[in-house]
Design a protein around this ligand. Structure first.
Ligand code: SAM
Length: 284
């Protein structure tokens, strides 16, 4: 549906994830001019808005009332009022409420304008030192251990960087489960309290990070993003890559040596590669 020109605009506005200087000039302008700001926790947001000298009307919009409030906000938008959506921190809809409202607004042909800014996921990814060309954002893992492990096991062959949100209550258990389900040898980065006083960005394998955080209760406090190296490749592709490696090496080296080297490079068992190489030599 297209906008009829009479509707108001819904602005989706990012706010800081800690450091209050991390807000854009445009965000301040937009928040200062809209008729209403929909916020997850109005008391929390009132403090933020006071800091920037913005006296706006606030409407609570959280996961428990999002459906009802969205209908009310759509009527206001249809009456020509501009509304901004913010969350407690970072970018709305990123592990935060707002999806119901944004979808309904778009379906109703209302213009939805992003006012981009901080998000913990992008901040963590950008300093992790892990590949950023392709990544999977998982958000929060399930709170219950069995469901969490099932979700993690479903990700074990994903060969893109994985990004998780986690709270202080579960960071120790989640890191232990990540090591168990994804492999303790995987490289990872723990980004804690980004842009705040106790900001910590710490690298290690998943096993090392688990030990490190367990040994220091101070490191268990605050908000976390865990960025994890993707699987080297999925099993089917691993075979193709390993086969290719062996074929290249076989052109230069005796079979036993080529198989041993290809095994080291690919992680595939040496005897499987030897068997395959033997087959090639015998024209199988
Ligand atoms: N919408 C937010 C965003 O764009 O990042 C995320 C909201 S989600 C409810 C809150 C989670 O984001 C926290 O539990 C933590 O995993 C992550 N997070 C938020 N702020 C953070 C910070 N300053 N440092 C590290 N992680 C943070």
């Amino acid at each position: 549906m297209t906008d009829n020109g009479k509707n108001g605009v819904l602005y989706v506005v990012a706010t800081p994830i800690g450091n209050l200087e991390d807000i854009s000039q445009r965000a301040i302008t937009v928040l200062g001019k809209v008729s209403l700001i929909a916020a997850e926790d109005t008391r929390h947001s009132r403090k933020l808005l006071n800091h920037y000298g913005i006296a706006a009307r606030l409407q609570a919009l959280h996961e428990h009332n999002e459906r009802d409030i969205s209908k009310r906000l759509l009527r206001k938008l249809a009456d020509g009022h501009d509304i901004a959506l913010i969350s407690d921190a970072g970018t709305p809809l990123i592990s935060d409420p707002g999806f119901v409202l944004v979808r309904a607004a778009r379906q109703a042909g209302i213009r939805v304008i992003p006012v981009p800014g901080p998000s913990a996921l992008i901040a963590a990814l950008s300093v992790s030192g892990l590949p950023t060309d392709s990544f999977h954002f998982e958000g929060f893992l399930p709170a219950k251990a069995a469901a969490r492990r099932e979700r993690l096991s479903g990700l074990q062959y994903a060969n893109t960087t994985l990004v998780f949100y986690e709270s202080s209550h579960r960071i120790v258990d989640s890191l232990a489960d990540m090591a168990a389900c994804l492999g303790g040898e995987r490289n990872a980065t723990l980004a804690r309290e980004l842009t705040k006083t106790f900001e910590t960005v710490h690298d290690g394998t998943l096993a090392e990070l688990g030990d490190w955080i367990q040994a220091d209760s101070n490191q268990q406090k605050g908000e976390f993003v865990v960025v994890v190296q993707g699987a080297v490749t999925d099993p089917a592709a691993l075979d193709a890559a390993a086969r290719h490696t062996l074929e290249v090496l076989l052109a230069e080296l005796p079979l036993r040596q080529a198989a041993a080297l290809a095994a080291k490079i690919s992680g595939v068992a040496k005897n499987r590669l030897y068997e395959y190489g033997l087959g090639l030599k015998q024209g199988r």
